[in-house]
Design a protein around this ligand. Structure first.
Ligand SMILES: Nc1nc2c(ncn2[C@@H]2O[C@H](COP(=O)(O)OP(=O)(O)O)[C@@H](O)[C@H]2O)c(=O)[nH]1
Ligand SMILES: [Mg+2]
Length: 448
């Protein structure tokens, strides 16, 4: 996964939040510290880290919670929104007018990934039904011509280049003309970026840009630069109208968080990210989704909706009792019913970014089993319901007879109970250990 290190540490920060029994200022402070640490390790600029964490701190304990949103949901949402906000918030696609020649010019210093990115974009758009072509206006780097030519051929898109021509502006103009004649809709223009320092590069870029008037200028930035990306992006932005940014190599170094946030800070939207050397390793950048992925959650709204849909109500008494270690058959029935209401529980866990696996036999309790369990329980005495241990073999037989079920059915119910009780005990323990690794607190699930 992209930015795996950052994702892991943010996710574990949130897991603490899910596992804790009380959410107070102390816990939020700890969460904010964890987030701070994670961002700094990802090379996010200190001032930015401060701004992010202040925002989380400020909003996490906000008294005015929207109705029926739990504090946990609220905090996760605040963290999520804040990260997304600093990544640019909105997903802005590349503007392409179909049927017209749209010229997109790639700029950026040598080695940032321009040529590779053009190869990727050509394939990406070609696959989506947009006629794409590539022009090599890099007359400096010896291998540049054949590098792009090969990439274009691999993806079966038209290519223009001329190894003999040394004038980059001419190359761009000629290429544009030819692509237009071929009816290419997305023309990707590769430039040399030969200069390590920006001044010379910017001059060439301005000349080409004046010569062919690209629809969009895309700055390609090496994601392994971390917050250093800010210097580069700033210089380009000042010199010319960059329309958007592509950050590459996010599969690599641990500094991607810094590069992304620095790029976003320029105000130019990040439109794609490069995630590998392969030609398919490119993704459109969506700040909100990306932030969610970093937190290990694909869909917070999905989770909130799910819980709400189930209209689960908290039974405070039961919660207290179960937390004290008292767990009756009646409690189990209530739990199973709630689990059923929530739908496939595994899905919910997944949405919360938790790899928790519910024991197979509990997760798979079917509607009919629930009904049978209820019938069996109707044949039990209150003492038996409260403390199933007292049920001896002779009673099992009689309960089965009285409820019109079999001994096997009654035993299955009792086994289910034992399993669930064991699970409750484990959760209680992990809660006492500081709440790590326990069950997430799903509203309305006593003791969970
Ligand atoms: N791991 C990784 N490598 C990349 C990515 N994009 C480009 N590269 C590599 O970076 C190097 C420079 O890329 P190139 O496209 O030639 O850069 P240019 O000088 O800006 O045209 C090449 O070895 C590419 O394979 C990426 O997203 N991930
Ligand atoms: Mg190149």
């Amino acid at each position: 996964m992209v930015l795996e290190g950052l994702g892991k540490s943010l996710n574990s920060a949130l897991k603490k939040l899910f596992g804790a029994s009380v959410i107070d200022a102390e816990l939020v402070k700890e969460l904010v510290k964890d987030i701070q640490r994670a961002l700094l390790i990802a090379d996010v600029d200190v001032t930015l880290v401060k701004a992010i964490t202040e925002r989380v701190q400020e909003k996490a304990l906000d008294e005015n919670l929207p109705k029926r949103i739990s504090r946990r949901e609220h905090i996760v949402k605040v963290v999520w929104d804040t990260l997304a906000f600093f990544l640019g918030e909105k997903a802005i696609p590349l503007k392409i007018n179909p049927g017209k020649p749209n010229l997109v010019m790639m700029i950026g210093i040598q080695g940032s990934g321009k040529t590779t990115t053009i190869g990727k974009l050509a394939r990406y758009y070609q696959k989506r039904g947009i006629k794409t072509g590539a022009i090599c206006a890099d007359n400096f780097r010896p291998g540049a011509y054949s590098q792009l030519k090969q990439l274009a051929e691999k993806s079966n898109v038209p290519f223009y280049g001329d190894e003999q021509e040394k004038d980059a502006v001419k190359l761009a103009k000629n290429g544009y003309k030819i692509m237009k004649e071929k009816g290419v809709e997305l023309i990707l223009l590769d430039t040399s970026g030969r200069h390590r320092e920006e001044t010379g590069l910017i001059k060439e870029m301005k000349d080409i840009s004046k010569g062919v008037k690209p629809q969009e200028i895309v700055l390609v930035i090496d994601g392994t630069l971390g917050q250093q990306a800010s210097v580069q992006a700033g210089a380009f932005k000042q010199a010319t109208e960059i329309g958007s940014i592509i950050v590459t190599k996010l599969d690599g170094g641990a500094k991607g968080g810094g590069a992304l946030s620095a790029a976003a800070a320029t105000g130019a939207p990040i439109k794609f990210i490069g995630t590998g050397e392969g030609m398919d390793a490119i993704e459109p950048f969506n700040p909100t989704k990306f932030a969610g992925r970093l937190l290990g959650m694909s869909d917070i709204q999905g989770l909130v909706d799910k819980v709400r849909e189930a209209q689960i109500e908290v039974d405070e008494d039961a919660t207290m009792r179960i937390m004290k270690g008292k767990f009756t058959l009646t409690d189990m029935m209530a739990q199973l019913k709630q689990l059923k209401k929530m739908g496939p529980i595994g899905k919910v866990m997944e949405m919360m970014g938790l790899q928790y696996k519910l024991p197979e036999d509990i997760a798979s309790v079917q509607e009919e089993n629930l009904k049978r369990f209820e019938v069996i329980m109707n044949s039990m005495t209150k003492a038996e319901l409260d403390e199933p241990k007292v049920i001896k073999a002779s009673r099992v037989k009689r309960i089965a007879h009285g409820s019109g079920t079999s001994v096997k059915d009654v035993r299955e119910l009792l086994k289910q109970y034992e399993n669930m009780k064991k699970m409750m005990k484990q959760m209680g323990k992990s809660r006492k250990r500081g709440g790590r690794g326990g069950f997430p607190n799903i509203p309305g699930m006593p003791g969970m």
